[in-house]
Write a protein that binds this ligand. Structure first.
Ligand code: 6GU
Length: 238
């Protein structure tokens, strides 16, 4: 998967996207993250990427021409690339969207800034408008990183085999069970004895019950959509 990120602030991306799992995924050529400075596509002598809004009002608007030129450049090789505009006015991002976008070969992510982007960009170039939740950020850069992370981990090979096993199973649609690591006792707080028992069937059952109960308490909306087995329903009733 190739991610082309159009931004006025390319320097924001390096620390997040060059760490940990996403760094390994790039080394393995499973993903390619290409940040593009929109300012490089300006043609005036001040390299102006934004301008005053027609009709007046506060703030600046990102200009259409540099964005059109940058997208045209990316689309030289292939016309059929989704262009995702990050905006609080978009559809709220979720796991199903991450899975669908992960099927694509290439995605263009356009990071909005200031008061917005010239409407002609949205009308002519943008194929999807995506928000990451109901709050307002100063720009689309953090949302773009969130999309890259969530989409990348759905690409086969990006997560290790252990992690992807979890992702494939029914654990995906409910909350996680509690995790513990050494020491067995800390400040008088003990690890639940079942986890030390060595009885894998008992451990699985305990974890599933904890996950189900926590989901019922904190996110009953998730539970309503989850595919629950007969055993799950019995565990929930315990
Ligand atoms: Cl995608 N952009 C901005 N600026 N704010 C947001 C957002 C996006 N999603 C939630 N808030």
């Amino acid at each position: 998967m190739k991610f082309d990120i159009l931004t006025l602030f390319p320097e924001m991306f390096s620390s997040v996207l060059n760490s940990s799992i996403l760094n390994k995924a790039q080394e393995k050529d499973l993903i390619d993250i290409n940040t593009i400075n929109i300012r490089d596509y300006t043609t005036d002598k001040h390299n102006q990427a934004d301008d005053y809004p027609y009709g007046g009002g506060a703030g600046m608007v990102m200009k259409a021409e540099p964005i059109f030129r940058a997208v045209d450049d990316l689309k030289l090789a292939s016309r059929d690339i989704a262009v995702i505009f990050l905006t609080p006015q978009g559809d709220t991002f979720n796991q199903d969207m991450a899975k669908e976008f992960a099927e694509e070969k290439e995605l263009i992510l356009l990071c909005g800034h200031y008061e917005g982007v010239d409407q002609r960009v949205r009308d002519e170039l943008v194929t999807h408008e995506v928000s990451i939740g109901d709050y307002v950020l100063t720009g689309g850069e953090l949302p773009a990183m969130i999309l890259v992370d969530a989409i990348s981990r759905m690409i086969p090979g990006v997560l290790g085999s252990e992690e992807s096993a979890i992702q494939d199973s029914f654990y995906g649609d409910i909350l996680d069970y509690p995790q513990y690591t050494r020491p067995q006792e800390y400040k008088g707080l003990k690890v639940p004895s079942v986890l030390l028992s060595g009885d894998h069937a008992k451990v699985d059952r305990w974890r599933r019950k904890k996950a189900l109960k926590k989901t019922l308490l904190k996110r009953p909306d998730l539970l309503a959509n989850a595919s629950l087995s007969k055993e799950d329903k019995l565990l929930l009733a315990e």
